[in-house]
Design a protein around this ligand. Sequence first.
Ligand code: XMP
Length: 312
Amino acid sequence: MFDAKQFIEEQVERIRQEVGAEKAMVAASGGVDSSVTTVLGFKALKDKLTVVFLDNGLMREGEPEAVVKVFKDMGIKTKLYDVKKNFFQAMNNLTDPEEKRKAFRQAFYKSLARIARQLGVRILLQGTIAADISETVRGVKSQHNVLEQIGINPLQEFGYRIIEPIKELYKPEVRQVAKELKLPDSIVNRKPFPGPALSVRVIGEIKPEKVEMVRKATKIVEEESNNFPSFQIFAVLLNDRATGLTDKGERAYGNIIVIRAVDSRDAMTAEATKMPWDRLLKMEKRIISEIPGVSRVLYDLTSKPPATIEFE
Ligand code: XMP
C-alpha cells in the first residue's frame, strides 16, 4: 500500500540532500505532477527554489496567469517568462508528430537553460512520472520531459542537473501525494494536460491562428463538459477540410474539430467516455457558431489501444 506521507518525508529529505547549498528551479505547468514537485521542492528548499512558468503560446486560455497566481499565493517565488517566439520558431514548418515533439522538447530545455543562467541555478526539479518515461522509452511518444532515460545528459547538453522526485509514481499516487500536501482541489483533481500543450492537438504545422482555433474549442468543451467525470476531455484541430454550408446557405470548405473524451485510470489504457448526446450537441453548436472557419465537429470513439489518448 502506497504511503503518501512517508513518500513526502523521504523526497523532501532527498531533495534537501541533493541540492545541498545550491539553488534550484522547477518548471511548473499547473498540472498535478509539476505542482506536487514544486511543493516538495519548496518544503525542502524554501527561498532557494524559483518556480519558472514558460508561456510558450500553447497553453489554454488564461492558464499562464492563473498558474503563477496559485504558487505566488502559496508564498513561493514564481516567475513567468514569455518564450512564445522560441517555441513557434522551433516548430516552424514541422508536420511530423515526433519531429514536432522533439522540437518542443529542445525549445523547452533551451529556454530553461537561458533562464538557469540568468538565475544562477544549475539544478532543475521536474515532475516527470512513470507513464511519461515508459511511453518515451517504449518509443510510443517522445514526452517533453524525458532526457536521461533516453541517454541525453542534461548537464552536458543544457548546463543543469535534473532531479525527478516523482518519477516512480503513476497518476493515482501523484494525486494522493497532492492531497496529502494539501494542494487546492483544483490541482489535486486537475485533468491531465500534455507537456507539449496544444501543439499535440493541432495536427500538421503549428501556426498561431490554428492554435487559437483549438484554444477556443478547448475552452468550449471544458465548459460544456462541466465536471462530467471523464479522465480527460479536449479538442483537436485536424489538418484537413470538409465541405459545409454557411448560415446563408453558401458553400464553405472549413476546418474540422474533433472532440475527444476518455475514461482511464492511469493513461496507459483508455476508453471513449459515454458523453451524453445533448452535451455533445451543445459543444458542436457552440464550436460552429463561435469559431469562424470550422464547418464540422466529430467525436472520437477509439480506445487506447489501438489509439493513443492524444492525436500526436
Ligand atoms: P497518450 O497520448 O500517449 O497520452 O495516450 C497519455 C497521457 O499522457 C499525456 N501526454 C503527455 N503528458 N508530456 C506530458 O506531460 C507529453 O509529452 C505528453 N503526451 C501525452 C496525455 O494527455 C495523456 O494523459
